[in-house]
Structures are given as C-alpha cells and as structure tokens.
Write a new protein. Structure first.
Length: 128
C-alpha cells in the first residue's frame, strides 16, 4: 500500500502531459483533408505532410460546372498557425492563413492580392 502512495503526487503532472497531445499546435496535419460544405459538384482534397515547421503536399480540386485537376501545396507552420500556398495545374495560385482548431479540423482564411484576409474561412476536416 505504501508503494502506491508515491504515485498520487505524480498523477496531475501525468494528466497535464497527456492533455498536451490535443493542443492544436502539436497536432500533426499529415494525412488527407477535405473542404467542408463546398458547393455541390465542387471539391478540394489535400494530402499533406507536416514536420511541425514545413507543410508539403498534393491535392485534387473540382469546380462545379468548371475545371478539375491537381494542385501542389507548400507552407510553413508556427504552432497552430499555417501559411499555405496552393498552386493549381490550371495556373491559379491561392494563399491562406490557416488555424488548426483540433486534431480533425482547421480553418483557412484566403488572402487577396493586397494580403488582406477573407472574413469567412474555408473549413477542412480529416478525410473519413
């Protein structure tokens, strides 16, 4: 019984360490992500690799009643904040500031040519 008594003071530290696993700044984005709530017939799916500093990847897009094709993703990461650039094979480039919200979601705010951010994000979730 006395041997277990030393565990009690350590329990809060262990629980705090485990809680850090769900910190958005520590979540790995490696894997498949798709846009939530896109227009019917449209899609944006990203396959990302994340080393906690650099984001790279590929993807596929479909524009309702328009083009579809592939894209390349590059970016940098600081904690839960991402700077992402999407380069479409049709010659389009889109730049985003993204915020990791949880292990399964992030919001991406598109930048315009003057680097102003959109007020409504494009939300992404892990592919199911």
């Amino acid at each position: 019984m006395r041997r277990r008594a030393w565990l009690a003071p350590l329990l809060p530290a262990v629980l705090a360490a485990c809680a850090g696993v769900t910190d958005p700044g520590l979540v790995s984005l490696t894997g498949c992500w798709n846009e939530i709530g896109s227009v019917p017939g449209s899609a944006l799916v990203l396959q990302l690799t994340d080393d906690q500093r650099t984001i790279n990847g590929t993807g596929h897009f479909a524009i309702e009643a328009g083009a579809s094709g592939n894209l390349t993703v590059t970016g940098t990461r600081t904690g839960s904040q991402l700077d992402l650039d999407l380069f479409y094979d049709i010659g389009t480039h889109r730049s985003f500031l993204a915020i990791v919200r949880s292990k399964d979601s992030f919001d991406a705010y598109e930048r315009d040519q003057q680097q102003n951010l959109a007020t409504t994000p494009i939300s992404f979730q892990r592919c199911k």
